[in-house]
Design a protein around this ligand. Structure first.
Ligand code: P6P
Length: 325
């Protein structure tokens, strides 16, 4: 990992434009970063304004989950920012039942962007970190089938990452060239490059899982947990995927949201949670597995389908999948 502190820390826009490999993808990432700055500003003011963003809108989203006000607001911010980006063909999100087609390929629509605009939003009420997750796929669809570009295997991603609204606001961007990290400078309201070419630790005795569901886990996963308990592993679980994954990226370890008896496909969504986070991990030298194969190899059947998630250091993911086999 090249620690950018030893070099000048350029703003995100400058750094992206210096990269010859990105082309119009740079505009897409900047649009997501702009939405992230807007979301960060609102989260910081939760409970302060009369337009309070805490609480529920009284609606249920396509997932059957109670929509938080900020879920809807975040989704609107991401979509509005992408609408201004000429190379985005279609947008799909956890908060919208169907994809939103912006422009076909013949009018410059080169990418499909998928997002969980505010993952873990129920944590906002108690001021715990939340995040925006994004995934970018190429749009090779015929003009009359643009919406279909959102359903591709994760291995087709050209970029993915997240904005973590935590003790600092961090943007992690993974592309074919590797994983870079930026931090929002509140004085400049700009994301500044802080690390290039992140390489995550290959092993770390740290696991993140909600052990409250232990009795529902399959025997192989229960065996893994007994192995971890007996071999000096630590447990860290925030209950907010972006925060748990970011810690895993920087410190190593493994994050697991597995299938259970009640939810055989797990809880997390393939297209805008499993795929982007697996892509970040793999590009940083880690791994992302479902328990029966690589997450990035899963051929999606439906936009909101769920997938078991085992992501993290290559040796730690292998330790889990070995016990599952
Ligand atoms: P559980 C938050 O609701 C979320 O979607 C992810 O951010 C998080 O990893 C997971 O659910 C936590 O789920 O069942 O442990 O509360």
């Amino acid at each position: 990992m090249t620690d950018a502190k030893s070099q000048p820390q350029p703003p995100l826009g400058t750094h992206l434009r210096e990269r010859r490999d990105l082309g119009p993808l740079a505009d897409v990432v900047e649009a997501i970063a702009t939405a992230g700055r807007g979301i960060a500003a609102r989260i910081q003011r939760a409970r302060l304004d009369d337009g309070d963003v805490i609480g529920e809108v009284g609606a249920i989203n396509v997932q059957g989950e109670i929509q938080q006000k900020l879920d809807v607001l975040s989704d609107e911010l991401v979509l509005a920012s992408l609408q201004g980006c000429r190379s985005v063909a279609v947008y799909a999100s956890e908060e919208q039942e169907e994809p939103v087609v912006l422009r076909p390929r013949s009018e410059g629509g080169m990418y499909a962007v998928l997002s969980d605009p505010l993952d873990g939003s129920s944590n906002i009420d108690v001021a715990v970190s939340v995040g925006t997750i994004f995934s970018v796929l190429p749009n090779d669809a015929p003009d009359d089938q643009t919406a279909s570009a959102v359903l591709q295997a994760g291995s087709a991603q050209v970029a993915a990452g997240y904005v973590l609204y935590g003790s600092s606001v961090v943007l992690v961007l993974a592309t074919a060239a590797g994983v870079d990290m930026y931090v929002l400078d509140p004085d400049r309201d700009e994301f500044m490059l802080v690390a290039e070419g992140l390489a995550m630790p290959t092993s770390k005795k740290l696991y993140a899982i909600n052990e409250a569901y232990f009795e529902e886990f399959e025997p192989g996963l229960q065996a893994y947990l007994r192995y971890a308990h007996g071999n000096g592993y630590g447990l860290r679980y925030i209950g907010s995927m972006v925060a748990d994954v970011h810690r895993t990226l920087l410190k190593g370890g493994v994050f697991v949201y597995p299938s259970t008896r009640k939810a055989p496909e797990g809880k997390l969504r393939l297209m805008y949670e499993g795929n982007p986070m697996a892509y970040v991990m793999v590009q940083a030298g880690g791994a992302g597995e479902t328990g029966v194969g690589a997450i990035l190899d899963v051929v999606p059947k439906a936009l909101h389908e769920r997938v078991p998630v085992i992501v993290g250091s290559s040796e730690e993911v292998a330790q889990v999948t070995r016990h599952l086999a």
